[in-house]
Design a protein around this ligand. Structure first.
Ligand code: GLN
Length: 274
């Protein structure tokens, strides 16, 4: 009797662990969603990958507060970067794991080896290049201005002396610092800056163009000004001493670009007529 109970329990545990492993590998596959695994699953996935001689775990650091590049959908982190990372992991025969953290912790996580790569709609800039290497670029972007409809702020020149909301440690933050007499309010999430704008605590938000479009679509009474502030390019951050991964990631990116898979991922989240 006891034996029977034990074998039942073992069978149940087995089914559970198979399901857990399955959800991890599925997400790197056709569903396109990046793997989100619980702590318990991670250990199993890592062990399985090692045991089967596969490439092991590829850890992506991100800040999942940046739609459409990375954001939460239920328990999952989805978006363009999450899918690009899943596609890269697939090319490399590795299992993707996503670590969500504050945006300004990503470079440290990558340079310190806590994560293998940072994908976070991250703009290549010279200061960051002192601490990490960047892959080939995979998207162009811009800082834009969000204001309330009817605002007197009509373009970049009108930002002088204004109260401007930005996300801490972003290129929007860096740009806003140079605006004459501007008062900068720094938020951990872009959406928090947008909330502050809706509540008239600030006059404008400076943020990347694509999340700006999402925030304006989701909140009534806001608009994005036509004239962008910057031209930027997104790339993947990789530790300075990890040339091997940099090379592999660039090769994977090239193949995703050539096969049209990259365009396909982008088109799923950003419609061309916008
Ligand atoms: N592109 C901006 C930067 O790199 C913002 C990125 C983000 O907020 N995730 O600083």
């Amino acid at each position: 009797m006891k034996k029977k109970l034990l074998s039942l329990l073992l069978a149940a545990a087995c089914v559970f662990s198979m399901a857990a492993c399955g959800s991890g590998s599925d997400s790197a596959g056709d569903s396109g969603n990046a793997a989100q695994t619980s702590e318990a699953d991670d250990t199993e996935d890592a062990e399985e990958a090692e045991a089967s001689g596969e490439g092991g775990m590829l850890i992506m650091a991100t800040n999942a507060e940046f739609p459409p590049y990375e954001y939460h959908e239920g328990d999952e982190i989805v978006g363009i970067d999450a899918e690009i990372a899943a596609a890269i992991a697939e090319e490399l025969g590795m299992e993707l794991k996503i670590e969500d953290m504050a945006f300004d912790s990503i470079i440290t996580a990558v340079s310190g080896g806590k994560a293998d790569m940072g994908l976070a709609g991250m703009t290549v800039n010279p200061d960051r290049e002192k601490n990490v290497n960047f892959s080939d670029t995979y998207a162009t972007a811009a800082q834009v201005i969000i204001v309330k409809e009817g605002s007197e702020t009509a373009g970049p020149d009108d930002l002088t002396g204004k109260k401007i909301g930005v996300q801490l440690g972003t290129t929007g933050d860096i740009y806003a610092e140079d605006i004459e007499d501007a008062e900068i309010e720094r938020y951990n999430k872009g959406m928090e800056a947008v909330q502050a704008l809706l509540q008239d605590k600030i006059d404008a938000v400076v943020i990347d163009g694509e999340p700006a479009k999402v925030y304006v679509a989701e909140n009534e009474g806001l608009k994005v000004l036509d004239e962008p502030l910057t031209e930027e390019e997104y790339a993947i951050a990789i530790a300075k001493d990890n040339d091997e991964l940099l090379e592999k990631v660039n090769t994977a990116l090239t193949s995703l670009k050539d096969s049209g898979k990259l365009d396909e991922i982008v088109a799923k989240y950003i419609s061309a007529d916008e």
